[in-house]
Design a binder for this molecule. Structure first.
Ligand code: M6R
Length: 358
């Protein structure tokens, strides 16, 4: 898992290689280009996936809505397949899967196709069942992911989905050429910024040593970083067996705040832009109840530093790309906590790498 976490600067490059042409300021994706009128005329995008891939789908919801103004619904494949979902001919279904073999996602694709939908796959494993079953798609090119806990698959899925959203946003006239070019240039800087975050390894290991025996953890984030909070909590649960919950930060007051006391570590993604001020007030609420705050902040932040027990800085980037950076410290934190608890991080109990049964 640690190897795969550290591979992310390279796997993100592999995900956009040949697609993100930064010097020309364009994004080229055969499977999108060949179906461009379908994409541009889509009324709605329905995303189906499970687990971490579902979290990438949630990030994509923000990307497509924000950058391309296309309405999106994100569905657990396991729920979608047993409902009687309404699929119209102008909807596009995107199925996301690392393994390309997840039974629920495969069944959701078959159902969507039976209703006449055009299904686009975002898969890692070349030639997998989902890659074959979908009408077309884009591989993430993350390389083999062996650790049961998905890491580089997540960031490469987001990379590919961001490229599609940017391209559609520009073609739909929602993103001016200069903004489009700006995002393209910014995306090309992401691998180096991920590298920078990975250098905080030792600092994160020290934080892990303090909280390794916590029975529960709460993860909070807003906007693009809400799915990252869910993903952070899933990572911790899977490999350390600590109970963890991810929440949109503002939902804390509707229930989870009752859990906060001096024994509750709360991991808050409080990067600049977006809903920064609102997240800062959530941090104050946690502080007032003596919760322990581990904050992921933008480099140079001084406000949250004053309030949090620990801060982990990530470089500044466009808000839409922050999940690619903010998720890295959460992966490392889970990894170190699990190792310190003596858990088998690569093959956690009760879990399989691909869930090919219901
Ligand atoms: O291969 P898939 O992306 O379709 O797998 C979906 C989930 O089973 C998977 O993401 C699972 O949640 C991982 N263990 C998360 O780390």
């Amino acid at each position: 898992m640690l190897k795969e976490i550290h591979e992310q600067p390279q796997s993100i490059v592999d995900a956009y290689r040949g697609r993100l042409l930064a010097s020309k300021g364009i994004i080229k994706m055969g499977s999108v280009d060949n179906n461009i009128s379908r994409f541009l005329n889509a009324n709605r995008i329905v995303i189906v996936a499970c687990g971490t891939s579902w979290h990438a789908g949630l990030v994509a919801e923000y990307l497509f809505e924000d950058l391309a103004r296309i309405p999106v619904e994100v569905e657990y494949a396991s729920e979608f397949r047993y409902r009687n979902p309404i699929i119209n001919k102008d909807d596009i279904v995107i199925a996301i899967s690392q393994s390309g073999e997840t039974a629920d996602t495969l069944a959701a694709i078959k159902l969507a196709k039976s209703k006449g939908a055009f299904v686009f796959g975002v898969c890692n494993v070349v030639g997998s069942s989902i890659a074959r079953e979908t009408d077309t798609g884009a591989y993430t090119h993350a390389g083999p992911e062996i650790g049961v806990a998905s890491t580089k698959a997540f960031t490469t899925q987001i990379t590919v989905l961001a490229l599609i959203a940017l391209k559609l946003g520009n073609l739909k006239g929602e993103l001016s050429n200069s903004m489009y070019n700006h995002y393209i240039q910014e995306m090309s800087l992401i691998p180096a910024k991920v590298e920078e975050v990975l250098k905080m390894d030792t600092e994160i290991e020290k934080i892990a040593a303090i909280y390794k025996d916590a029975p529960n953890c709460l993860y909070l984030g807003r906007g693009f970083n809400f799915p990252v909070a869910l993903e952070g909590a899933l990572k911790l649960k899977e490999i350390s067996y600590i109970h963890a919950e991810g929440y949109p930060a503002a939902e804390m007051k509707h229930g989870p705040i009752a859990l906060i006391d001096e024994h509750m570590p709360v991991i808050v993604i409080a990067t600049k832009k977006g809903h920064y001020d609102k997240v800062v007030s959530n941090i104050q609420e946690i502080k007032a109840r003596n919760g322990k705050i581990i904050a992921i902040v933008t480099k140079g932040d001084t406000i949250v530093r004053e309030m949090a027990d620990h801060v982990i800085e990530i470089p500044e980037t466009e808000e839409a790309f922050t999940p690619l950076l903010s998720t890295i410290p959460l992966q490392l934190l889970s990894y170190y906590i699990a190792v310190m608890r003596g858990c088998n991080v690569d093959q956690p109990r009760n879990l399989a790498k691909s869930v090919t049964v219901e």
